[in-house]
Each structure stands twice: as C-alpha cells, then as structure tokens.
Write a protein that binds this ligand. Structure first.
Ligand SMILES: O=C(O)CCC(=O)C(=O)O
Length: 275
C-alpha cells in the first residue's frame, strides 16, 4: 500500500471530500459510457421484488431527466478494474479501518433533472480521527465519466458538514442550496472521494450536455449492510450489493479482498417455512 500524502488526508478530514484530478484517461471514460449505454438498453426483472413484503430499488430507475442503474458487476465485468483502482484503494485504506464495497451504481443525467434531496449516508458520529488516523465508516467514490460543470447537475456538498451536528430544518431546503454549499466541479476522468457523513445532493441539470458518473460506495467491515437495509425497510436492495460466487471468481486478489463480506451473504429473501 502506497503512502497517501498527508496533504490529501488533511484536506479530506477538513472538508469531508477530496478530488483526484485526471485519474482516468478519455479513452477509459468513453469505454465506460459506451458500456453503460449497453446496460441501460437491457431489461431487468428484479424477481426479489415480487416476494411479498420485500421492498427495494429496481435495477434501473428512470426519474425526471435521470436514469440510474444499480449493482454494476452483476451485469458486466467492464467495471471490475474500478474496484481495484490503486490511487482510490490506497486512500480508502488510509481513511477507513477496513473498506468493503457495498453498493455500486451509475447516474446519467440529461437536461431537466431537478435538485436531488440533501442527505448523508451516516451520521457524523460515524466519522472520527484517532491518533491522526481517519475512520470513515462509509466512503463514496464518484468517478466522473463526463465533465461535471455547475449547470450539469453536479454533486453539491457543504464542506465540513461531515462533522456538523447542528440540525437544520431540512424541509425548508427542499430544492434549494444549503448554507455554505459548494458545487463539486470536475472534468471527465476526475474522481471525488467523500465521507458519507457529509451532507450532499445532486444540483439541477440545466445544460444540454450529458452528465454520467459511476458511484462505488464502501463501508467499514464492522458495519452490517444487510441490517442497514432491513431496518430501513429496503431489504431488497441487498440483491444489488451482493455479488454471487460466479462474479467474485473472476475478481483479482484486491477485488476479492474488498468484497470479502459477500462470501457470507445470501441474496434472495428466504421463503417462509411450510406451516
Ligand atoms: O451526483 C449526483 O447527482 C448526486 C448523487 C447522490 O447524491 C447519490 O447518488 O447519493
């Protein structure tokens, strides 16, 4: 594991996010966008959602101006190399205790996509620094495959709010900037790593250009993603998170290590036993 520059760690801790500039070249971005287009064309039947009482997201979701696809390695091997992309893995290991990949998705936006809702994946209690070591219990990596300019529906964050315990009346900020918000701007090939305790959303898309990003979200090994989804009444989502053995068997050592928790998870919900 390479040493992560202390300046990067300082910035990540101070702001709650860090941007790796120019990490992917134009050809890699083009190849990934092309693969996403192929995946968006396909049909996904999400059988677990037919099971009574199981709620969760469908694999592909179309909302105003936007499409999203979940569980990328279930459908293609093209993004496997993203899991083990060394500059990201080095920083995950520096800023988490034991990173494990939990959720992967892509969002593709066109003109008209409105503001997203402000949210954080975990509370500020789940971010700490002890003896100079950052411990983020959930860390999201955003891979920009196209430029993310201000009018492109870019990621928006409140720098430093990963530590903020002041409760704003969030209902007042639906479709609005939070105080101190900044747009996270970047070029195709840039990568944003942010702690999920940071308040964030997607800004509205007013440009005609396409905006396409990948999201690879890591949790700490001490945190149980299945329980998280169950408690949130989204048990079906775990089907997007867990890659079955036939998927993990094509992985390299780093990819297998970063997905080790999946060895111990069943996907489809259990059938009720016969009475
Ligand atoms: O890039 C964006 O549009 C924001 C996405 C986001 O906040 C999320 O997927 O949780």
């Amino acid at each position: 594991m390479a040493d992560v520059p202390i300046a990067d760690t300082f910035q990540f801790d101070a702001q709650g996010f860090f941007i790796l500039r120019g990490a992917f070249d134009a050809e890699r971005c083009r190849r990934y966008v092309e693969e996403l287009d192929r995946l968006f064309e396909q049909e996904y039947d999400d059988p677990w959602l037919q099971v009574e009482g199981v709620k969760g997201q469908t694999t592909v979701q179309f909302t105003e101006g936007q499409r999203r696809i979940n569980g990328l390695p279930l459908w293609t091997n093209v993004f496997d190399e993203v899991i083990s992309f060394t500059p990201v893995v080095d920083r995950l290991r520096a800023w988490m205790q034991a990173p494990q990949l939990v959720n992967t998705w892509a969002i593709d936006k066109t003109v008209g996509t409105p503001w997203g809702g402000w949210h954080r994946g975990l509370n500020p209690d789940d971010y700490s620094v002890r003896n100079g070591k950052v411990r983020s219990r959930m860390l999201n990596c955003v891979f920009m495959l196209t430029d993310n300019d201000e009018d492109d529906g870019c990621l928006a964050v409140v720098p430093g709010a990963h530590k903020s315990q002041i409760d704003l009346p969030m209902a007042d900020y639906k479709g609005k900037a939070l105080p101190g918000m900044v747009p996270v701007l970047g070029k195709a090939g840039d990568i944003v790593m942010f702690t999920e305790t940071l308040l964030h959303t997607g800004a509205p898309k007013t440009s005609e250009r396409r905006r396409t990003n990948l999201y690879f979200n890591y949790i700490d090994a001490t945190y149980n993603p299945a329980m998280r989804e169950l408690l949130a009444d989204h048990a079906g989502n775990i089907n997007h998170y867990v890659f079955p053995p036939q998927v993990r068997s094509r992985f390299d050592e780093t990819q297998r290590e970063l997905t080790a928790w999946m060895e111990w998870q069943r996907t489809s919900p259990a059938e009720a036993p016969e009475a």
